[in-house]
Design a protein around this ligand. Structure first.
Ligand SMILES: [Fe+2]
Length: 303
């Protein structure tokens, strides 16, 4: 089952948005029955269930839920009729059925880019009609493969106006959520893509983006990975945050591998190793249970 990337992918990889064609939308693994089977075999305690609320401007806080006893087919039903977003994180490790697909995707990325794809986490996303994922950045590189349904993706420039360096640094230090301040005027500079089944996209690391589902169930594979360049870049930004907080400096963001970024990356590795404080982000408490008998299938736990 081949994945096709454009001919210019090797030179454009990491700096431009690239579009792929893939065949995974044809797989029975992602039919309603297939998704129910995957959900029944996925460790339920790892299943992330979120509801982003009815505020379509994306300003209401995301709520975290659970579904400890619901059969997979009822969870699929809840996503179809509710207002939720499921993340089966690390599905390439937790679901053997999906490992061949992950291998195919990451193999194609390596072949086309000429770079090793490390730290491979393929997240299976199953989300309700009209769900919006607000303006944010991801630390790893991402290749998003659309399998079922349609969604609109806005990708924004990576400069300081769209992603202030202080926010990016704090995210990398795990001190804050990945959401960024958003203004409607940003959309004037966005590249907009209509994702459909059989289509994949990857964009430069740390490019801000947001997503809105069409009025249908959406199934996507969010394939996170790191290249050597993105690892060095991430560690260099980590060091920038240290310089800004502790030495009152205003370092600039970096791109690419050079003597400065490499020395900053080396410092970051050392600093992380020596740091004793727990850098875990405070986890969001679970406040609802998935329930097909209530509106939006979101039942508050203590109502
Ligand atoms: Fe993202």
């Amino acid at each position: 089952m081949p994945v096709y990337w454009p001919d210019n992918a090797k030179t454009a990889f990491g700096t431009e948005i690239l579009r792929a064609d893939h065949p995974f939308d044809q797989s029975d693994l992602f039919s309603d029955d297939g998704l129910a089977h995957l959900l029944d075999h996925y460790p339920r305690h790892l299943l992330e269930i979120w509801s982003f609320g009815s505020d379509q401007a994306g300003k209401s806080p995301a709520l975290k839920g659970r579904a400890p006893r619901l059969p997979g087919k009822d969870i699929v039903d809840a996503v179809k009729h509710g207002d939720v977003w499921l993340n089966l994180q690390r599905s390439n490790f937790e679901l053997p059925d999906l490992k061949p697909i992950a291998d195919e995707i990451y193999g194609s990325l390596e072949d086309t880019s000429g770079r090793r794809a490390r730290q491979r986490d393929m997240n299976l996303l199953i989300s309700s009609p009209n769900v919006e994922v607000s303006y944010h950045i991801d630390v790893p590189m991402v290749a998003l493969f659309q399998v079922r349904g349609y969604k609109r993706l806005w990708v924004y420039p990576r400069d300081r106006e769209f992603a202030p360096p202080e926010h990016v640094e704090q995210l990398i230090h795990m001190n804050r959520d990945s959401d960024l301040p958003y203004r409607d005027a940003f959309d004037d500079e966005a590249r907009v893509f209509e994702l459909k089944p059989g289509m994949g996209l990857t964009w430069p690391q740390l490019a801000p983006h947001r997503i809105r589902n069409a009025n249908c169930l959406n199934v996507s594979l969010s394939c996170e990975f790191m290249t050597l360049e993105s690892l060095v870049n991430t560690n260099a930004i980590y060091t920038n945050a240290f310089l800004r907080q502790n030495m009152n400096l205003s370092p600039s963001a970096l791109n690419g591998i050079g003597p400065v970024s490499l020395s900053k990356a080396a410092f970051a590795s050392l600093h992380k190793a020596l740091q004793s404080q727990d850098r875990e982000r405070a986890s969001t408490p679970i406040t609802f249970e998935l329930d097909t008998s209530v509106e939006n299938c979101v039942k508050p736990l203590w109502a």
